[in-house]
Design a protein around this ligand. Structure first.
Ligand code: SGN
Ligand code: CA
Length: 505
């Protein structure tokens, strides 16, 4: 009898604690930027399914990354720590992410979470501490992508990568142990370069013309690092690989992986693009504008597939009743340039790539349609989720839980007013000089180091597009002293010894 009572009691306690613990679904895309998401006011395209997460929950207006590049950003998501602490500073061939270190999935496992990562992973060491994973090797392919499974086998799948990542995620959700809460990261490949759309999304964008950002033709005055980068639409973006002109579909490689039907659709579509190019190919200004339009059409088409697939996952949660107890987050590894400063890619601490989209819903706990304006940094993602799971956040995690901001318990006054940034990768692939910097609510101070030794200062209120470096203006001098002090304090607070040295030089 006593044994029976104990069993009933422990069963009841298990149900009770499960009831309190939310499932957590993080949809983590690649290079998908706020300028292309309608929840953030984009007019470039509508993203109804991504917007749904914001509408049913909270839209975050000021989320920043510590180091605007892929693998490092993933390492931050997993650890809640800056690159110099988690060990992964760049995407380079010598990078090493120690899989044995503390990570969110291992912490959640303490409370019986079932954990999984499906899709793009991009850390050269394989996932560790997840109950399940199935990941693209390195950047992965858009068509007929290979996936590495838990037996370490690389297996080719038939289809379009964004559909497949959703298929595998839904399959995992359907087969999971329904008695335990889950933590699933869906790692999207979209919207990464070379932006290969699903042919069914060609038509929507083919005849659209997009407005040019006001600083599309930037002369980079007083900004040496911006002048010396290699990420312009005009020079760096490739006619063949990126814009798909003159492709030989019989050659091996990313185009050769398509099946005959996909190749046919590509050939027809990009033959029309070739014809429009042929009409302007002797006019260098027209060529740059043409490249921008083609870039946007392809990028947005990869986002269309992703938005549709996110809809499939949200519908599944709704139809199974899982929505009620599931936190859903949509975010990306960083922002991206959609022609601002004449660029694509990311890396710089300028706004478009420093920011990342972030929205989060949790029915009953987060007020639908709310907005959060406080400065969130991607080191905060892991501790926030750990906090929601009812687990004490380990003290060595550098981010802070923003759960209180969502329940209005934490006022604006006790939240950070400045964030710290450190970018490393140089010179390949885009020749962006390494830099450290601070962003406050109004100002941004950047220190480029290494190949370029320069300071930059921007007043984001008067100059939101960061076109005027005011570092040498006499009126800036007391502000510079104050910002340098704050920058130094932040570098020291986050234990970035290298950053401290750079700032003091
Ligand atoms: C590839 C791209 C670069 C991009 C990096 C990093 N070149 O090398 O343009 O900056 O990935 O991207 S490509 O020709 O191979 O597409 S990241 O998102 O993984 O950081
Ligand atoms: Ca990326």
């Amino acid at each position: 009898m006593r044994v029976f009572l104990l069993l009933v009691l422990s069963f009841w306690m298990a149900i009770k604690s499960y009831g309190q613990q939310p499932n957590i679904l993080v949809i983590f895309s690649d290079d998908h930027t706020q300028q292309t998401i309608s929840a953030y006011g984009s007019k470039l395209m509508q993203t109804p399914n991504i917007d749904r997460i914001a509408r049913e929950g909270a839209l975050f207006n000021n989320v920043f990354v510590t180091n605007s590049i892929c693998a490092p950003s993933r390492a931050v998501l997993l650890t809640g720590k800056y690159s110099h602490i988690n060990g992964l500073k760049d995407n380079g061939p010598n990078r090493f992410f120690n899989p044995d270190q503390q990570q969110i999935q291992k912490i959640l496992a303490q409370k019986k979470y079932q954990t999984a990562w499906i899709g793009k992973w991009h850390l050269q060491t394989l996932p560790n501490g997840f109950d399940y994973w199935k990941v693209l090797p390195d950047q992965g392919n858009y068509f007929q992508p290979d996936f590495i499974n838990m037996n370490r086998d690389t297996v080719r799948s038939k289809g379009y990568v964004t559909d497949l990542i959703s298929d595998f995620s839904l399959e995992w959700l359907k087969n999971r142990d329904a008695n335990k809460p889950f933590f699933l990261v869906v790692g999207e490949k979209a919207t990464h370069r070379n932006w290969m759309p699903d042919p069914k999304d060609f038509a929507e964008f083919e005849n659209q013309e997009f407005p040019f950002p006001s600083n599309f033709f930037d002369s980079y005055t007083d900004r040496q690092a911006a002048a010396e980068q290699d990420m312009t639409i005009s020079k760096t973006m490739l006619m063949h690989d990126d814009l798909k002109l003159g492709v030989d579909y019989n050659k091996r490689g990313m185009f050769g992986r398509m099946n005959e039907e996909q190749k046919k659709a590509y050939k027809e579509y990009y033959d029309r693009a070739q014809q429009s190019y042929d009409k302007i190919k002797h006019d260098s200004l027209a060529i740059v504008k043409w490249k921008y339009q083609r870039y946007l059409r392809d990028y947005l088409a990869t986002a269309r597939s992703m938005d549709r697939n996110i809809g499939r996952i949200l519908d599944y949660l709704d139809s199974t009743g899982l929505t009620k107890n599931t936190i859903v987050i949509y975010t990306s590894d960083q922002g991206f340039y959609m022609g601002e400063h004449g660029w694509f890619d990311k890396r710089f601490m300028y706004e478009e790539s420093l920011r990342t989209p972030f929205m989060m819903k949790y029915p009953g706990k987060i007020q639908p349609g709310s907005t959060i304006d406080q400065m969130i940094v991607n080191i905060d993602f892991a501790p926030t989720l750990i906090d929601y799971a009812g687990i004490e956040v380990p003290s060595d995690i550098q981010g802070k839980s923003f759960k209180g901001l969502l329940s209005n318990k934490r006022q604006n006054t006790d939240w950070r007013k400045a964030m710290y940034y450190h970018y490393y990768e140089y010179p390949e692939p885009h020749r962006v000089a390494p830099h450290v910097g601070i962003r406050t609510e109004r100002y941004k101070l950047i220190r480029f180091y290494g190949a370029i030794s320069k300071w930059e200062l921007y007043d984001l209120q008067n100059d939101p597009h960061e076109m005027k470096n005011i570092i040498n203006e006499p009126s800036s001098q007391s502000l510079i002293i104050d910002l340098k002090n704050q920058l130094m304090q932040l570098a020291a607070y986050y234990k970035d010894d290298e950053g401290v040295k750079i700032i003091s030089n």
